[in-house]
Design a protein around this ligand. Structure first.
Ligand code: ADP
Ligand code: MG
Length: 322
């Protein structure tokens, strides 16, 4: 059954089990009115998911809703921001109620987990496209940037790499996933966990941070070019999941160049490593040291024997240069 635009907004987006004190006016007026506490700065991130580009047309609407918010919370996490609000621009080919029900359930499942409230949006008709803009807070001067890594800093990641790319290969029919890990690998693709807690814990301890959305080499490359430094990565130290190890394929092309993992990658000055380890001890945040920042430019990799490793692929780009 189809519903009208206003009925749709009221039914699927205005009803939320979450009402933050800092939302003075939410959905329903011409704009939202929001309070930013003194001494806090607002961090704003936006990401769009297009059907057929970021997910297959027939993907589960629950997963689409979940992932649309997850990728934005991941950007806030990479800045060290505490998530607060989000807006949603939704373009739909038709107002399919079963689809909307599941989409909003996926969206709000993750929203409640992070106490982030939907405060407005826009609804239009057209090819399925979802844009979320997320807003979060940092205190004075502690937002983590890409441009501030220094030679000698250690490079850390918050979890295993390549799982989402492996799962995507299986969705495309190119590899079979090991049976007992298939569920968890597919979750890594369809319902990525934004590393919000890790991002908050890392504030003030990192020299730079980014989330891995386009692949380790590509995203570390962004830190290197923004910071005017180079980096060396040891393949042997890259964390791999049990599912990846059981897949029976070479994990490194996926772990280095596969996108969609949404782990954080950060650099830590050597003098702060002890403080960092103490801070993370109680927080259940994983960190794996995979290499170092060095003078120069570009990212080089060393294989298990310490010899240079040549990677074939680079990260995903929408407008691939010639
Ligand atoms: P206007 O015509 O003033 O732009 P709209 O009709 O687009 O207003 O939206 C009415 C209200 O519903 C606004 O508060 C807007 O933020 C909200 N809204 C519209 N679409 C969505 C959506 N997909 N999710 C959440 N809020 C929405
Ligand atoms: Mg509008």
């Amino acid at each position: 059954m189809a519903v009208g635009e206003f009925e749709l907004i009221a039914r699927y987006f205005q009803q939320q089990n979450l009402q933050r004190d800092d939302v003075l006016v939410g959905i329903g007026d011409d704009g939202a009115v929001l309070t930013v506490a003194p001494g806090k700065q607002l961090v704003v991130a936006m990401d769009t998911l297009v059907a057929g580009v970021h997910f297959p047309e027939q993907a589960s609407p629950f997963d689409i809703g979940y992932k649309a918010l997850a990728v934005n919370l991941s950007d806030l996490a990479a800045m060290g921001a505490e998530p607060a609000w989000f807006t949603l621009a939704l373009t739909l080919p038709e107002a399919d109620e079963a689809w909307l029900q599941e989409f909003s359930r996926g969206l709000f499942t993750l929203a409640r987990r992070h106490m982030v409230q939907l405060v407005g949006g826009d609804t239009t008709r057209g090819p399925l496209t979802i844009t979320v803009q997320a807003h979060g807070f940092v205190s004075d001067k502690v937002a983590m940037r890409r441009s501030t890594a220094r030679a000698g800093d250690r490079i850390y990641v918050t979890g295993p790499l390549g799982d989402a790319a492996l799962a995507l290969q299986s969705v495309l029919g190119k590899v079979a996933l090991p049976e007992e890990h298939s569920e968890s690998l597919l979750q890594r693709l369809h319902r990525p966990t934004p590393r919000v807690t890790a991002g908050l814990a890392l504030r003030g301890l990192t020299s730079s941070c980014i989330d891995i959305s386009d692949g380790l080499l590509a995203d570390l490359g962004h830190i290197c070019s923004a910071s005017k430094v180079g980096a060396v990565i040891r393949l042997a130290d890259i964390p791999l999941s049990e599912g990846m190890r059981a897949a029976g394929i070479d994990p490194y092309p996926l772990a280095l160049s596969g996108g969609d993992d949404y782990e954080l990658l950060c650099t830590i000055p050597p003098g702060l490593i002890k403080t960092l380890e103490r801070a993370l001890y109680d927080m259940n945040v994983q960190l794996h040291c995979i290499g170092e920042i060095e003078a120069g430019s570009g990212v080089r990799c060393l294989d298990q024997s310490g010899a240079p490793y040549q990677s074939a692929a680079s990260g995903y780009q929408h407008f691939q240069p010639e």
